[in-house]
Design a protein around this ligand. Structure first.
Ligand code: SF4
Ligand code: SF4
Length: 232
């Protein structure tokens, strides 16, 4: 039987939703995808996996109530993309903007509900969706531990990379962080990355790509890996 997968966009730029949709040619034999928004959300059926994109406005009580209901009806909840998992660009939101000026304060999904996995990225690659769904079905995958650890994190940026890896002397100068940055906010100076502060959108991608930083995550947030009770 196919997995019932919910793709819920609660207010992002749609880039993360498109990343999930782009994974469909590979995943479609195994999943039945339900792409929804808060306005048309079906809260009466159960889902095996819920991908949630976008961050949650904590001034919006109805949205918070629906998000809590999604947790109840979904076996595995994934905060997908930087806004949902670590805040990303919505960290800069100051509110008062049309069409919803009452929306002011945006937070990560794990500020409101427990999430099982978090995948930062602006947006994450479609291949990441394939990899995590396959891992959840088969009950394997070394990176599940990293995504489970990230589910405990509420912010992640180039500042954290510098603080935890570069300034502590753990950096090996591999350059993976620089290649992963979507805004060119990192540059190599004297064989170590440095941050152009005003370019950093707090997406956390550099931290996740850094082999040293992921070791820190696994040590700091040892987490149990949860897999689907049933395969397909
Ligand atoms: S430095 Fe780049 S990759 Fe790292 S958090 Fe900032 S924008 Fe994202
Ligand atoms: S990915 Fe990590 S180890 Fe590699 S250059 Fe960047 S900070 Fe250094």
């Amino acid at each position: 039987m196919k997995l019932r997968v919910l793709l819920l966009d609660i207010g992002g730029c749609e880039g993360c939703s498109i990343a999930v949709l782009r994974s469909l040619p590979t995943l479609q034999p195994n999943i039945d995808l339900h792409s929804q928004y808060l306005g048309n959300l079906d809260l009466n059926t159960k889902y095996d996996i819920a991908f949630i994109a976008g961050s949650i406005c904590i001034n919006d009580k109805e949205a918070i109530a629906k998000l809590k209901r999604v947790r109840e009806i979904s076996e595995i909840v994934i905060a997908f993309g930087s806004c949902a998992s670590v805040g990303g660009i919505t960290r800069f939101c100051r509110g008062g903007q049309e069409p919803r000026p009452e929306h002011r304060v945006f937070q990560t999904i794990n500020s409101v509900i427990e999430v099982d996995y978090a995948i930062p990225g602006c947006p994450p690659a479609p291949q990441t969706v394939n990899a995590i769904v396959t891992s959840l079905i088969k009950g394997i995958g070394p990176f599940l531990k990293v995504f489970a650890a990230l589910a405990k994190v509420k912010k992640l940026s180039g500042f954290d990379l510098l603080d935890d890896v570069v300034l502590t002397g753990l950096c090996v100068g591999c350059g993976a962080c620089i290649l992963s940055c979507p805004t060119d906010a990192l540059q190599m100076i004297d064989r170590r990355p440095d941050l152009i502060v005003e370019k950093c959108i707090r997406c956390g991608t550099c931290y996740v790509r850094c082999p040293r930083a992921t070791q820190i995550l696994l040590t700091r947030y040892p987490s149990k890996v949860k897999v689907l009770a049933r395969g397909v």
